[in-house]
Design a protein around this ligand. Structure first.
Ligand code: KG4
Ligand code: ZN
Length: 335
């Protein structure tokens, strides 16, 4: 191996994460989850997130370097998520990354978080390359991207209201399954019948756009009615049916984007792509159409530092640098 070693920092939301990547190989990838700190509030509290990042980032960076078996002077560039995300949370990783790069006299790169998710499949699959249709679904964003080439992205569809992960989180909270909701529903749905309830699939008339805000209301209405009538199905069935409604829409719209663009490669990134049913349904849909599918391992779907380093490696090679006076961008948009 001879390529540059990139250190990637991710602090856009509730995970402090640091990864070291060289030539598309993950040398280390560590994180300090704040889930327990936010769980008692039932969601992410921005101020709590920023403080937790401050407490964790230095020791976590040292752990990532140690796990990778390198010294900080071996690092060729430091990268950090620039946005989108929570302002205070982003600032911690961005400022720390700039300071570290400055001290090491190495380039600094601010990375778009969603481009990080888009690069995650490359870390598990050396063969993954655009052109591709990439489903990016997380707690804050859900979009279907036509990646024509690295750095050349067109959003062909996106949510007009809630993100897919947000839908999982809201429904799980209502069902008393805890936070974060995606993994909780994934687990609760085990053995459940996805056809037990037919929850709405919104925006059927728009081939690639998504909408999830009506789902929680539909679940609330359903549960209240059937609770009153005394014929509520088992929780596993409700969870499986909710999951199916979200997954169905994501898979259908992704396949519509494939038909629209004519590409033969599909990929995914973002926390929701860790969902087992979504992975299975994407595999089936792609196999039926003879499409290549590249999904990162679940730990690389959820927020991590390695994906930030992977995206930065491409930007570094293209000669890009982020100015020292650059600021975080809470509403950064891919492309
Ligand atoms: O990408 P990510 O880690 O952070 C953001 O950028 O938002 O995504 C977090 C989201 C949360 O909404 C979480 O509930 C969801 O991803 N998630 C899942 C699963 N694991 C995480 N959703 C469904 N099934 C899962 N197994
Ligand atoms: Zn994310």
């Amino acid at each position: 191996m001879s390529g540059p070693i990139i250190l990637g920092l991710e602090t856009s939301c509730d995970e402090t994460a640091v990864g070291v990547v060289r030539d598309g190989v993950v040398l280390s990838n560590v994180l300090s989850s704040q889930v327990d700190e936010h769980a008692r509030f039932g969601g992410i509290v921005p101020e709590v997130a920023a403080r937790a990042h401050v407490e964790a980032i230095r020791s976590l960076t040292h752990r990532a370097l140690r796990d990778a078996g390198i010294h900080q002077l071996d690092v060729a560039a430091v990268a950090a998520t620039r946005g989108p995300g929570l302002a205070g949370a982003l600032m911690v990783g961005f400022a720390y990354g700039k300071a570290l790069a400055w001290a090491l006299d190495k380039p600094f790169l601010g990375v778009d978080h969603m481009e990080g998710h888009l690069f995650a499949p490359t870390l598990d699959h050396a063969g993954f390359e655009p052109p591709a249709v990439v489903l990016l679904a997380s707690g804050g964003h859900s979009q279907i991207v036509h990646a024509r080439a690295w750095g050349d992205y067109e959003t062909v569809g996106e949510t007009i209201d809630d993100a897919a992960g947000e839908a999982f989180d809201k429904v799980a909270r209502f069902l008393g399954l805890g936070f974060p909701g995606g993994p909780a529903i994934d687990r609760a749905s085990e053995g459940g019948n996805p056809a037990a309830v037919e929850f709405p699939r919104a925006l059927a008339d728009r081939p690639t756009d998504l909408s999830f805000s009506g789902l929680k209301t539909a679940v609330v209405t359903y549960i209240r009615q059937h609770h009153a009538a005394g014929d509520l199905p088992p929780l596993a069935d409700v969870a499986a049916a909710v999951q199916e409604a979200i997954v169905d829409v994501l898979v259908t719209k992704t396949m519509n984007a494939v038909a629209q663009t004519g590409v033969r490669t599909v990929a995914g990134g973002g926390g929701v792509l860790a969902n087992r049913r979504l992975r299975q349904r994407l595999e089936e849909a792609c196999a039926a159409r003879n499409l290549a599918l590249y999904l990162p391992a679940p730990v690389l779907c959820t927020d991590n530092g390695a994906m930030v380093a992977a995206a930065a490696a491409f930007r570094l090679e293209a000669g890009e640098r982020t100015e020292w006076d650059a600021e975080v961008e809470v509403s950064l948009r891919l492309g």
